[in-house]
Ligand binder design. Structure first.
Ligand SMILES: NC(=O)C1=CN([C@@H]2O[C@H](COP(=O)(O)OP(=O)(O)OC[C@H]3O[C@@H](n4cnc5c(N)ncnc54)[C@H](OP(=O)(O)O)[C@@H]3O)[C@@H](O)[C@H]2O)C=CC1
Ligand SMILES: O=C(O)C(=O)Cc1ccc(O)cc1
Length: 434
């Protein structure tokens, strides 16, 4: 007999931002939730959820696991093995287990290693942050070791999000998210690193005002105001991500060398060839994901913008070179894309589908030395983030991330308000259907 809301309950282990969002929404939809965080957080979590109907807080994952029919691990990716090892054997006989971590290889390996064999495995991944409305956003489902009936049960639980269900294997998931999430984050992390290295708040400079720049600034601040482990986990633990991020750093370096070498023709040839392989002929008639009027609305700067000042847009030229070198067609990933990836693709497309703007960027890169020191720092930063991910050292990732986050922290509240508004408006225009 199928399991229903009336007779089944859901366990959530790890009540951080995502776990809380799931607990809130699923209990609002009428499911009974059993949840826990670390034992030391039991009392405060119990108080926080005292008035949330349908949510019972337990001191630890054993107590959650033994009574729940679908158990979701929503902990830091770096500790998934340890936490499943701790609570896995307490899983209720015949239950289904899944995880919310952003990289599935270690998560699924931990389940296989530590869960009893009668336990089924259906994992998931909401491809958006905890403050984004899940309606219409992609939700990956992985039927790793489970019957079709159990998959249907998990789908019936998660259906209240109104997300778009995307069925993948763990391996496909990791491959696609390396392309979409890990490289996107590497680009924005590098922008923040370069601005900090040049002790700039970019919105205070005339040359960082206007459409594309607003997106760069808002997204960079959004990333640095989040938890470092989310970005570290999905880059360091995903085997495909290292290669992608390394290619991005190589593309940045190669293009920067052409710029400072004054090799205009070679730069143009390379960038345009890359553009032609990513933005295939025949797509010119399509609507742009992002338009000027939308982009211009979200500036942290109070300076007026007459015409976007020219910028070499090294970060954007390099992502297209990187996609081209790796044979990635980013539009193929829309169905499995995060909001940040769609914004990133949107600004890239905005530049590459406008020949005048692209030519202006390429000529600026050669003729105008105003951006040289920014681009130099950006090149160093892209390589340093790539090394950091390749070395796989969480602590040095954390250290780098937090040092830069601290620099931008005074502007986070204001950037969050504006960034949320920007995301909301732009997301309405860049759905994963595009
Ligand atoms: N934030 C995002 O945008 C998204 C994140 N994800 C993924 O979801 C997962 C959770 O992320 P998020 O909620 O943002 O991160 P948080 O850090 O907010 O939440 C993780 C929670 O798990 C707790 N935890 C750690 N160990 C245990 C344990 N042994 N028992 C119970 N709880 C434990 C942590 O406690 P403590 O802090 O004390 O360690 C923390 O409260 C991550 O794997 C992340 O990659 C997926 C989609 C989007
Ligand atoms: O949109 C992005 O890339 C984010 O930064 C939010 C995010 C972070 C981690 C995930 O696993 C999914 C989404």
């Amino acid at each position: 007999m199928g399991r229903t809301k009336e007779d089944a309950s859901i366990g959530i282990i790890g009540m951080g931002d995502m776990g809380k969002m799931y607990a809130q929404r699923l209990s609002d939809a009428g499911w009974r939730i059993n949840a826990c965080d670390r034992p030391e957080n039991f009392e405060s979590l119990k108080q926080e959820f005292a008035s949330q109907k349908g949510v019972t807080i337990f001191p630890n994952g054993h107590l959650v696991s033994r009574i729940s029919d679908y158990i979701l691990y929503s902990v830091e990716a770096g500790v998934i093995d340890k936490v499943v090892a701790q609570y896995g054997l307490s899983t209720k006989v015949g239950a289904i287990v899944g995880g919310q971590t952003s990289c599935k290889a270690p998560e699924l390996a931990a389940f296989e290693k530590h869960l009893p064999s009668d336990v089924e495995i259906v994992s998931c991944h909401s491809l958006h942050g905890p403050k984004v409305n899940p309606q219409g956003q992609p939700l990956v489902l992985i039927q790793h070791r489970a019957s079709d009936e159990s998959l249907k049960f998990v789908e019936s639980i998660l259906s209240s999000f109104g997300s778009k269900h995307v069925h993948l294997t763990g391996e496909m998931h990791d491959r696609i998210t390396a392309d979409t999430q890990a490289v996107t984050h590497a680009a924005f992390l590098s922008m923040g690193t370069a601005w900090q290295a040049n002790t700039q708040f970019p919105w205070e400079h005339g040359r960082w005002v206007g459409g594309i720049e607003n997106v760069k600034i808002n997204i960079t601040l959004r990333i640095y105001s989040n938890k470092w482990h989310v970005y570290a986990g999905l880059a360091i633990l995903n085997p495909a991500a290292k290669q992608q991020i390394r290619q991005y750093a190589e593309s940045v370096t190669d293009l920067y060398k052409l710029m400072i070498g004054g090799q205009r023709e070679e730069l143009k040839r390379r960038v345009k060839a890359a553009g032609a392989s990513v933005f295939r002929p025949g797509s010119e008639g399509q609507d742009l994901l992002l338009k000027d009027d939308v982009l211009d609305r979200f500036s942290l700067s109070n300076r007026p913008r007459e015409k976007a000042p020219p910028n070499s847009h090294l970060s954007l030229l390099a992502i297209v070179d990187c996609w081209s070198k790796l044979g990635i067609v980013p539009y193929d990933h829309m169905i499995c894309s995060t909001p940040l990836f769609r914004l990133w693709l949107g600004v890239t497309e905005y530049l590459f589908r406008n020949q005048d703007l692209l030519d202006e960027a390429l000529d600026t890169a050669i003729d105008d030395s105003t951006f040289r020191s920014d681009d130099l720092e950006f090149t160093f930063a892209a390589r340093a983030w790539s090394d950091c991910v390749s070395f796989g050292d969480f602590e040095s990732y954390r250290h780098r991330f937090e040092r830069i986050a601290e620099y931008f922290a005074p502007r986070f509240p204001e950037a969050a308000t504006l960034g949320n508004e920007m995301m909301k408006t732009i997301l309405e225009k860049t759905t994963s259907n595009n």
